[in-house]
Design a binder for this molecule. Structure first.
Ligand code: B12
Ligand code: SF4
Length: 475
């Protein structure tokens, strides 16, 4: 009898002390769940980031599994690990098919494949493409027939096929992510996107795609919003509650609240089925389209935390950067959420192209007068294959020279595309921390409303951010 094909899937990357976040690796969990409905597979799935595996140990795990195929996903800050990982896997398992996918592969495309010894690279949504790759490979076909695939011909040349795989229209048809392949309780001991410790949560992605045009965005799933029905999302959550005894959900959609009717249907179903869950939005909610009835419904369904991205308080920068946030409506959305007891965190950025010191001050003023409880205050980083990166290449190429993404996060990379020098940029970033946080009323609200007093453990990260640009070498 032929043995089942053995597929090893890994989310590649490390956690750093100043950016210790990790969430369940929904990308490879979704791939695993889908692929095992289509092919006869033995799957082993590893999140290097949470299992704290050294690179050598990860290779050893892969090799000892004796895989027929290996799929590696990574964010751009960990793309640098792929060349040596694939080389070592190739040396030890010369016949295994090696496929790259996920955000870094989608951003760096041909360059990412060329830098490694992998066989093929998938851009964007992975389920249909990976299925075609595995079927083609094990049936002895040619990758030349798979639309949009970037692959290495037998002669070694990297080619990109014309066309693109069709997006999955019916997201309800996808199986629930394969949480059975990981120990979800490990994630309850590390910080998720929402900085609330001690949660018994599962991450859920209920939609793909976003029609907004933020110039820094990676646009992984396209500009067309595709969503699961409210019933499908609630069924998935009910399954987790029953299986894992968890009571907390972290939504990681690009934009959960684009379809307001879906939001309302979802919230009423959660209440009707008495799921007794709490909900956090570490991202996924857009603030200026949050109406009073939306916030009421979300709060009634259990929402207790949300991050709402302001980015800039300048209407000019909002338009220039394609986010086009309506600032008064954003402030109203924040006030509504805060008034319903939802702990609200804001995301701000400094260093947009052509941004002036006055515009940075506008951002500080808007955030400081808002009802946000906390704020994550970053500097702008252009990532490859975003419109922002293309702008920088054309207008400020010198800012891209020497820009490295290795291991770093928004705290550690800066390109400063603004019209002010670095010291002024960092001055405003620090000033934003001071003006925002050193306000007795805000501090009292943080203490009163914080979902978990243990949030104080994140104070060192906050102090680090306040010091950015002040201490030599701390960038
Ligand atoms: C949760 C999350 C995180 C988590 C970790 C996620 C992870 N996978 O490890 C945390 C909080 C740690 C994180 C960190 C960062 N993130 Co983040 N994050 C997300 C978020 C909100 C959800 C990810 C998710 O689960 N999506 C749902 C799943 C189903 O999609 P997916 O993972 O993309 O997987 C699909 C495809 O990519 C593909 N695929 C994935 N893996 C593989 C593997 C193979 C072999 C194949 C074939 C296909 C494939 O198929 C999957 C199914 O279709 C996304 C935005 C979004 N909505 O996707 C941003 C996003 C991934 N993050 C982004 C960024 C910019 C960052 C940071 C760099 C930002 C920063 N703070 O500096 C940091 C990393 C810094 C660091 N040093 O660690 C960018 C991607 C940038 C990039 N080029 O890497 C995204 C896309 C946001 C955006 N729209 O711009 N993030
Ligand atoms: S709202 Fe988020 S997902 Fe949508 S374009 Fe902007 S950054 Fe991308």
């Amino acid at each position: 009898m032929m043995r089942r094909l053995r597929l090893f899937l890994a989310n590649v990357g490390h956690r750093r002390p100043m950016f210790p976040l990790a969430t369940p690796p929904l990308g490879i969990l979704s791939l695993a769940a889908y692929l095992r409905t289509k092919l006869d597979l033995d799957i082993r799935l590893v999140n290097q980031r949470v299992e704290d595996l050294s690179d050598d140990r990860l290779v050893r795990e892969i090799v000892s599994f004796e895989p027929d195929a290996v799929g590696l996903g990574a964010l751009t800050p960990f793309g640098y690990l792929l060349p040596s990982l694939t080389r070592n896997i190739r040396d030890a398992c010369p016949h295994a098919l090696i496929v790259l996918g996920g955000p870094h592969a989608s951003a760096s495309r041909e360059a990412a494949l060329r830098a490694t010894t992998a066989d093929a690279l998938v851009v964007g949504e992975g389920e249909l493409a990976f299925e075609r790759i595995l079927q083609t490979h094990f049936d002895g076909g040619s990758f030349g027939q798979i639309p949009g695939l970037i692959w290495r011909e037998p002669g070694g040349e990297v080619v990109t096929n014309p066309g693109a795989m069709p997006p999955i229209e019916d997201l309800d048809s996808l199986p629930f992510p394969a949480y059975d392949l990981i120990d979800v309780t490990r994630y309850w001991r590390v910080q998720s996107q929402s900085p609330v410790p001690n949660r018994h949560y599962v991450a859920v992605s209920s939609s793909r795609g976003c029609p907004y045009q933020c110039q820094w965005c990676h646009n992984l799933f396209g500009k067309r919003f595709r969503a699961q029905s409210a019933e499908r999302v609630v069924d998935e959550i009910a399954h987790y509650v029953k299986t894992y005894g968890m009571n907390d959900i972290e939504f990681v959609d690009d934009i959960f609240n684009l379809d307001r009717q879906r939001v309302h249907d979802f919230c009423s179903l959660v209440c009707k089925r008495d799921l007794k869950i709490k909900i956090a939005f570490g991202n996924a909610l857009r603030g200026d389209i949050l109406g009073e009835d939306d916030v009421d419904a979300l709060a009634a369904a259990g929402t207790y935390f949300c991050s709402l991205a302001l980015e800039s308080g300048s209407p000019r920068i909002q338009q220039l950067m394609g986010k086009g946030l309506n600032i008064p409506r954003f402030l109203a959305g924040v006030s509504l959420a805060a008034a319903r007891g939802v702990f609200t965190n804001g995301a701000l950025m400094f260093g947009f192209p052509t941004e002036t010191a006055e515009e940075m001050q506008m951002t500080i003023d808007v955030a400081a007068k808002s009802k946000l409880h906390t704020a994550s205050i970053f500097t702008v980083t252009p990532f490859p294959n975003t419109p922002l990166y293309e702008w920088a290449k054309e207008h400020r190429p010198e800012k891209l020279k020497g820009l490295r993404y290795d291991e770093a996060d928004f705290n550690g990379i800066h390109a400063n595309l603004s019209d002010v020098p670095d010291d002024v940029l960092f001055h405003y970033q620090r000033k934003a921390h001071r003006q925002f946080f050193l306000n007795p009323r805000r501090l009292a609200r943080i203490l009163r409303d914080s979902p978990d007093r243990a949030m104080i453990r994140y104070a060192p990260i906050f102090i680090y951010r306040c010091m950015k640009g002040l201490v030599p070498g701390l960038t």
